[in-house]
Structure formats: C-alpha cells, structure tokens
Design a protein around this ligand. Structure first.
Ligand SMILES: *Cc1c(COP(=O)(O)O)cnc(C)c1O
Length: 348
C-alpha cells in the first residue's frame, strides 16, 4: 500500500506540479524544479533515519537484486571472501549472486529449522578477514525479522532492508551499507535506496560496469544518468508523510501494535497458525496457514470479496501472508482479524 494522502497529493499534482504547467514526469531531471524535489526527498530521508554526515544516500535503479551484485563489486576491495547469514529466500539469492564474485562464507544458517528462527549470534562463525558481513534484517517471504542489530565488530555490516526500512528507528552508524528496493515500504517500484559509508566508496572490482559503481553515483548526486524521477518524487511524498505522522518512533509504535494483535489472534486460534519463533516474528510480513489447506482457495476468495487483497502466500511457501507495511492502517489489520474470526466460525 501507499498512504492515501500521498496518492491524493500525487493525483492533485499530476498534470501541473505547483504551477509549473508540467507533470513531474515531464520535468528535466537536471532542471531546478526536479532538483528541489530530489534534494527535499534526500533531506527528509536523512532526517528520518538521522543519517550521519559520513554516509551518502543514493537513489538508484535495478532493485535490491542489483545490490546483490553491487555490494561485492564495491565492498570486496581486494579481499577474497565475505560472510553471509542465511535466514531465508532473500538471503539465499544474495548468497548465490555474491558467489559469482568471491568466496562466500555462510557464517550461520537457520535452514535446519526451515527458516523459522534466527541463528543465535554466539553461533555465528564470522571470518575476521571477511570484506563484509551481509544479512537480511527482514525476510519478506518467511516473515522472520531481526529485532536488534548484530554486533560484527569492525567488519562492515551490510543489510538488505527492502522490507523493513523506515518501519522503526535505526542506528545507521552501525552499518557499512544499507539498501532497499523502494516498492515495499517507500514508494513505487523502480527506485532503490542505498545508504553507504564514505570510506567504502571508490575501489571497485576490475571490470565493474560504470552503473554498478557506488562512487560514480555518489559523485553525481545519483544523476550520473537519468534517475527514476517519478518514483523519487513519490518517495519524497512518503518521507514527508512519515515525518508528519511523527517519524520513525511513531511508525514503530503503530507497526508493533498492528503485528502484536495479528499474532495474538493467530496464536489464540487452533484454525490458523504461524510457524515462526515468537522472538523473531516480522512486524511487516505475517505468514499464516489454515489447519485445512483445502480451504485456502475459499479463504482468499471470500477475503477478496471483503476488500482484503494480496493475501496469498509466496508461491514458494504457500498459505497466506499479510504484508502490513507502514502505509497499512491499523483498521486494515482489524478488518483482517474480523474476517479471519468470521471465516473460522463458519468453517472450523
Ligand atoms: C522484495 C525483496 C527483494 C527484491 O527486490 P527487487 O527490488 O525486486 O530486486 C530483495 N530483498 C528483500 C528482502 C525483498 O523483500
């Protein structure tokens, strides 16, 4: 979801942005109008996350999936291996891509629990010579989330925050690189946010394409080529919306309340279940299954009739998944719980 207020504003400004006679989509990315939009968005993002001065915020394309390659290309800096924590589907993709560029040490994995837990930090076998440690703070498909930042000493920590960025306050100074595809919690698809510490920029793997070099984008203010201007503009509206709602503390409060009530309902029922260890359940993506999977189709059909859409679980795991990102209002979760209770009453 995107916030209703953001869509309304975009709609009102669609054909004429603030008296310019132009849609944002028609602006030159180097003109003063778009520059003001771009700068404002970056300022608001930096303010929301209290991004320290020694970090660049890049507005790129290619999705989080491109970062799976850009991270090793930029961060190996002469080292031979990188550490990865495997907590599910997205970790696995990042690991597979990094394997094209370096030796990957899977320092910990929760595969044995079918990715329903997070391996305890004491059991990670980190390599002090690793170029970086990569992890996935929120596994979007499995619904597993780290509720704290792992301590990896002086080795740069890299996080794929695609599905959790801006859902709660974050200490950016603990990271070397944070990246996120925008389409989960920020704005439309097509924009990828990368927050990278200055000292990690500037030494890429030989043969790295220009477009895959953080340094190129940092130097050009993310305008080495034409950036995804409309997605950047909408992201800016979302940042302003979050600020107006009280920033990340306020987001966290609502997100926690939404997730807590949905898990409480699921746990209190014999009809629905969630397999994830309660200590690492996601605030953003709540997978659940019905005791009788034969009812899945009926559940989804009636849910859709009730205005509750996109509840089908990822094709790799089946069942259902409620994605309750920042823009999902608490009433949306209440409506889902109400529907689930009624469905159970009728079909249990
Ligand atoms: C959705 C998602 C991705 C893939 O993002 P793209 O922008 O489609 O490449 C990667 N990692 C996580 C954690 C995701 O949720």
């Amino acid at each position: 979801m995107l916030p209703e207020e953001v869509l309304e504003q975009a709609s009102a400004e669609m054909t004429d942005w603030r008296g310019t006679g132009m849609s944002v989509m028609e602006m030159s990315h180097r003109g003063k109008e778009f520059s003001s939009i771009a700068e404002r968005a970056e300022e608001d993002l930096r303010e929301l996350l209290s991004v320290p001065d020694n970090y660049r915020c890049l507005f790129l394309q290619g999705g989080a999936s491109s970062q799976f390659a850009m991270v090793p290309m930029n961060l190996l800096r002469g080292r031979e291996s990188a550490d990865y924590i495997n907590t599910g589907s997205w970790s696995k993709k990042a690991i597979a891509e990094a394997g094209r560029f370096c030796r990957v040490n899977v320092a910990a994995t929760s595969e044995a629990s079918n990715f329903t837990t997070i391996p305890p930090r004491e059991q990670w076998s980190l390599n002090p010579e690793a170029a970086y440690v990569h992890y996935t703070p929120n596994e979007t498909i499995g619904g597993v989330e780290f509720h704290g930042i792992p301590d990896v000493g002086d080795v740069p920590l890299v996080a794929d925050m695609s599905s959790t960025i801006l859902s709660r306050p974050l200490d950016v100074s603990k990271f070397g690189v944070i990246y996120a595809g925008a389409q989960k919690n920020i704005g439309p698809a097509g924009l990828t946010i990368v927050i990278v510490r200055d000292d990690l920029i500037g030494e890429v793997l030989p043969g790295t394409p220009t477009m895959f070099d953080y340094g190129v984008h940092a130097k050009a203010g993310s305008m080495y080529n034409t950036p995804p201007t409309y997605a950047w503009y909408i992201a800016g509206l979302v940042f302003a919306w979050i600020k107006q709602r009280g920033g990340l503390e306020a987001m966290a409060e609502v997100n926690k309340r939404k997730a807590d009530k949905l898990y409480r309902f699921i746990d209190g029922s014999d009809f629905y279940s969630n397999p994830v260890d309660p200590a690492c359940r996601s605030w953003m993506n709540v997978p659940f299954v019905l005791a009788d999977p034969g009812l899945d189709g009926r559940f989804l059909e009636l849910a859709r009739d009730a205005g509750l859409v996109n509840l089908k679980g990822h094709r790799s795991v089946g069942g259902m998944r409620a994605s309750i990102y920042n823009a999902m209002p608490e009433e949306g979760v209440d409506a889902l719980i109400g529907f689930m209770a009624e469905f159970e009453r009728r079909h249990a």
